[in-house]
Design a protein around this ligand. Structure first.
Ligand SMILES: NC(=O)c1ccc[n+]([C@@H]2O[C@H](COP(=O)([O-])OP(=O)(O)OC[C@H]3O[C@@H](n4cnc5c(N)ncnc54)[C@H](O)[C@@H]3O)[C@@H](O)[C@H]2O)c1
Length: 251
């Protein structure tokens, strides 16, 4: 059963494709008003068009969300629609793997900026635009790489480690202000971004060792996000919610 998210205003970063796009469409189908934020305007428009075609409500917001001023402006524009923001989903990320000796400064900075700095801008935006009575929710996207060593993922894993600790820190700091902060930790979903890192053959191999013997899906992830946003999850806070077929359990 889908949770009722009627009139919840939810800003989703990186929702032009992949997990963010699927979550945007799913949450809109639960009644939410979605801000589709992405650095790529064409794909953001496509997500909005898919939502509107289904009878949902969404608008595109285009910009580099690693930039503080851009994040602030997008959040302010989205909040202006209904006067507040109920939730921000920090989903945008630049996915790159390489051996540590090949990490170049430009890629490192770009990954740290969108993966880590943008989390700070989102917390600031939430504090500025949430309604204290309604409360706010932040959901970050973690990964099993945060807690287990995988070769050639040094930057990505560093980002996801930071996402995990930031989630817990914000739970301690923002909980008393009626803002719930959680993370979803998916594994092995062959999205467009992830397929740039891993081949289809790699996904077949993974399906053979993941305890539930399959890869993850976008639906798995969107269902978890919808639950964390629902009234039923009102006491779930500071949680790293593994949606990974058991990968993290086998660390
Ligand atoms: N796919 C998986 O198996 C998996 C597993 C664990 C965690 N995650 C996390 O889930 C999230 C989504 O993953 P995905 O596989 O859908 O990725 P993806 O690469 O398919 O999508 C990422 C989106 O973020 C946008 N983006 C990138 N940089 C941006 C910026 N600076 N400003 C605004 N938008 C920007 C991209 O344009 C893209 O639409 C990421 O945080 C990822 O780390 C994914």
């Amino acid at each position: 059963m889908k949770p009722d998210l009627t009139d919840q205003t939810i800003l989703i970063t990186g929702s032009g494709r992949g997990l963010g796009k699927h979550a945007a469409i799913h949450l809109a189908s639960c009644g939410a008003i979605i801000g589709v934020a992405d650095i790529d305007g064409n794909i953001a428009q496509e997500t909005v068009a898919a939502i509107v075609k289904n009878g949902g409500r969404a608008k595109p917001y285009i910009g580099d969300l690693s930039d503080r001023g851009t994040f602030e402006q997008i959040a302010a524009d989205f909040a202006a629609q209904s006067g507040h923001i109920d939730a921000i989903i920090n989903n945008a990320m630049l996915l790159r793997y390489s051996p540590v000796q090949d990490v170049d400064e430009e890629t490192l900075s770009a990954m740290l900026d969108i993966g880590i700095k943008a989390l700070f801008w989102s917390a600031q935006a939430m504090l500025k635009h949430y309604d204290k009575e309604r409360g706010g929710t932040i959901i970050n996207m973690a990964s099993p790489v945060a807690t287990r060593g995988f070769a050639n993922t040094s930057v990505y894993s560093t980002v996801k480690g930071a996402v995990t600790v930031f989630t817990k820190t914000m739970a301690a700091e923002l909980g008393p202000q009626n803002i719930r902060v959680n993370a979803v930790s998916p594994a092995s979903v062959p999205t467009p971004g992830a397929l740039g890192l891993n081949s289809k053959e790699e996904y077949e191999k993974r399906a053979a060792w993941i305890p539930l013997r399959r890869n993850g899906t976008e639906e798995d992830n969107s269902n978890a996000i919808a639950f964390l946003l629902s009234k039923e999850a009102s006491f779930v806070h500071g949680e790293i919610f593994n949606v990974d077929g058991g990968v993290a359990a086998c660390n």
